[in-house]
Design a protein around this ligand. Structure first.
Ligand code: FMN
Ligand code: SF4
Length: 433
């Protein structure tokens, strides 16, 4: 992959420009084949979901196709809310046409009768871009109706079990069964199996159909083919959005691409959003690959990374993420809501210099139980991130017991609101360190 393919150097300004740049050829190639062949081509490409879990996209489509049902739906998950991540909004702003082409191909492959795009009401620029592109692309072949659902700012809106609830007009409370089993508007005897795919996943699909699965596999790794749009924010010289082949090391992303730390500083840790363990410098050699990141005790997730240098207090960093998860936990599962809150409260006491060994023990004990009976993966992030932070920076946590921070610094919580002129702006959740 020599050229950026999703986030083009220049944003695409119209459908005509998109077509002139080769857009539409993926859909044209798709509809010359049977839907099952399209799903098989995507499976062969090895494309894995870019929304967090890295689930193989072709397999997901084939499993929904295999479920007997007269009605199937597709949901494009544009409800991006993972901390340290901005890539879906970036892709939509720059090239909404490719997302819509990917949607049309996916809908054709799974036999969807209707498509919903789930997006936060606050994402006004992206909603405008999508609406404009939808109006311009009404001539596209194999069209199925596409409806845009603008939803709440909740982190859980992005969890597919809650996404479908919001589309049905309810709150962002995850349901019990996943949408491929109990889909949109399901009733007894009518499961309406539903595929939920991330924006970036769908934006890759036209390229796979246009250039072939083998071409897609030429970049990336054996287990994680293709490229990814990475978000690099925090203590680096060049924070930004970067589309690169998978398999590149985290070290190269942070130091070469992101420019490394500022003069005289060293990178201390990288936090891959709120859903996995953090990575200390000893693991920066890990390739950006779904399986290898997991083997290193972390996750590739949605490709967003918050970088912290040696001036950052890791207790304050960990508290920021823990409080975010406690606030966003919906409370349907007691172990999650009470556990996330207890973890955040314990860390808060430690961070303020009034906590003791008991608090540290309580935080770790709650990490053991916070995921009990969970309906969704939110508390898994609390467990993995907090435990990895304490294990990696044990001395720093211990030094905080009964003492305020020796080097307080205001750390904005990296919940990204916007990106422009080489800078991220964050939603106003501040943690005083
Ligand atoms: C708390 C939580 C938040 C999530 N947020 C998002 C999100 O903002 N966007 C997204 O695509 N997936 C998000 N996911 C993952 C989705 O549930 C789902 O796995 C994904 O949309 C599937 O698409 P993919 O297979 O193309 O990755 C989230 C999951 C959880 C548990
Ligand atoms: S695990 Fe937590 S966030 Fe997920 S549904 Fe249960 S209470 Fe809500």
């Amino acid at each position: 992959m020599n050229e950026p393919l999703l986030v083009l150097t220049e944003p695409v300004r119209s459908a005509a420009e998109y077509l002139a740049r080769g857009g539409g050829q993926g859909l044209a190639a798709a509809i010359t084949r049977a839907p099952a062949q399209v799903a098989a081509e995507v499976r062969r490409s090895g494309l894995r979901g870019r929304g967090g879990s890295g689930f193989p996209t072709g397999e997901k489509w084939e499993s929904v196709r295999a479920r007997p049902s007269r009605t199937r739906y597709l949901v494009c998950n544009a409800a991006e809310g993972e901390p340290a991540t901005f890539k879906d909004r970036w892709i939509i702003r720059r090239n909404p046409y490719q997302v819509l082409e990917g949607i049309a191909i996916a809908a054709y492959a799974i036999g969807a009768t209707k498509v919903y795009i789930a997006i936060k009401e606050a994402s006004t620029k992206e909603i405008e871009a999508l609406r404009r592109a939808m109006t311009e692309m009404t001539d596209m072949p194999a069209q199925v109706p596409v409806e845009l659902t603008a939803g709440p700012d909740d982190y859980l809106f992005g969890d597919e079990k809650a996404t479908v609830e919001v589309i049905e007009g309810r709150e962002a409370l995850p349901r019990i069964l996943p949408p491929y089993q109990v889909g949109l508007f399901a009733r007894s005897g009518r499961p309406n199996p539903t595929v939920v795919n991330n924006v970036e996943t769908l934006a890759n699909v036209p390229l796979i159909l246009r250039r072939g699965a083998d071409w897609f596999r030429e970049s990336g790794t054996l287990g994680s083919p293709g490229g990814m749009v990475f978000t690099v924010c925090g203590d680096v010289r060049r924070p930004g959005m970067y589309e690169l082949p998978l398999g590149l090391s985290l070290d190269a992303l942070v130091h070469l691409v992101g420019g490394g730390p500022r003069e005289g500083r060293k990178i201390k840790a990288v936090v891959p959003g709120a859903s996995a363990g953090l990575l200390p410098p000893e693991r920066f050699g890990t390739p950006l690959d779904f399986d290898m990141m997991r083997a290193a005790g972390s996750a590739l997730g949605s490709g967003g990374f918050a970088v912290y240098d040696d001036t950052a207090c890791m207790v304050a960093v960990t508290l920021g993420f823990a409080r975010f998860l406690a606030d966003e936990s919906c409370g349907q599962c007691p172990a999650c809501k009470h556990g996330c809150t207890a973890i955040a409260d314990g860390l808060d006491r430690i961070e303020r210099g009034i906590g003791g060994q008991d608090d540290l023990r309580t935080v770790l004990t709650r990490c053991d139980t916070v995921t009990g009976g969970r309906r969704c993966a939110l508390p898994v992030g609390a467990e993995l991130l907090v435990r990895s932070a304490i294990e990696t920076f044990r001395e720093e946590f211990e030094a905080h017991l009964g003492r305020p921070c020796p080097r307080p610094r205001c750390l904005p919580f990296p919940l990204i609101a916007d990106f422009g002129d080489g800078r991220f702006s964050y939603q106003t959740r501040e943690v005083a360190a």
